[in-house]
Write a protein that binds this ligand. Sequence first.
Ligand SMILES: [Zn+2]
Length: 347
Amino acid sequence: MANGLICDAIATPDQVVDADGATMLPGLIDTHVHVETLDNLKTYGHWGVTTVLDMATPDPESLLKLRHHDGVTDLYSAGYPAVAPKATQITKMGYPESIGVAGIADAGRFIDAQARCSVDYVKIIIEDPKQPGTQALSPEVISALVERAHAKGLKVIAHTTTPVSVHRAVVAGVDILTHVPIAGELDPEVPREVAAKGIVVSPTLTMMRGLTSALGRRPLLRAQAAARLMPKLEYAGARRSTAAYLAAGVTVVAGTDANQDSTAPFSPSAGESLHDELGLLVEAGLTPVQALRAATVTAAEVFALPDRGAIETGRRADLLLVDGDSTRDISTTTRIQGIWIKGQRIR
Ligand SMILES: [Zn+2]
């Protein structure tokens, strides 16, 4: 469609809608999902999530073909994630052995291969070597990956779930941190540095809440926590980390880590879970307007998608009409009256 599409989309006679008492929002953007099929994308659309950012797939060849089709949620993808050799992704989650980054020289090989596949950004799994059973990339390899990705014009998203992994990501100069530490406190200096460097955080509170509740029920982990062999995992820890980032002025975007992976300890639902995330972000300290921005205009700015995220002439008419005032009551975003993708009504 040409520019000016928003007025065109709503003003044509067959698309006049009675929006009395309703709020028209830009289509929502989930900044952390794992997509497998076209049907997944349709489910996101059904919930008003009109753009999703896939954060690693074991099958880029199939997934990258699902990007940018008319009438369904628009998809971007990281392709393969950068992990250490013998990482869990390779040994348990079905990712090929060849993605393991074996050293500094190998970082270039990995990033160049990703760029050749025309991925949209790079995801690095930054593990904490002190966590039992993990295989962690070294700080030097992480820096080499970030440098090469930036040289190729690709943003870097880092999976960081402990204070140590956050520190390594910040030192390497990644662009976005995804997840927040659950156990262990962030050094107060760290959120300030994250803010000063302009690094953005996608806390994925839906995932952190589901994960702590799923892991909390596992007998072995309960016994280990009781014996103080490992810290107790509680959702309150994720909320504290998020509050620390917010207090330091860090920009936050909305993401859920929605997935259909049977090996994952928890799988947030496609689309619907982003509405939960908005509620959790408000509970963590954002105003409803800030939470809405985190899932629309701010997410679009952070991921360099200037054609969406706001309702204005020249941007895609990705729209979500809900009953009630979402700028005051965030729970109204699920009271969906209409959804448009690029001006085409899909619900
Ligand atoms: Zn994920």
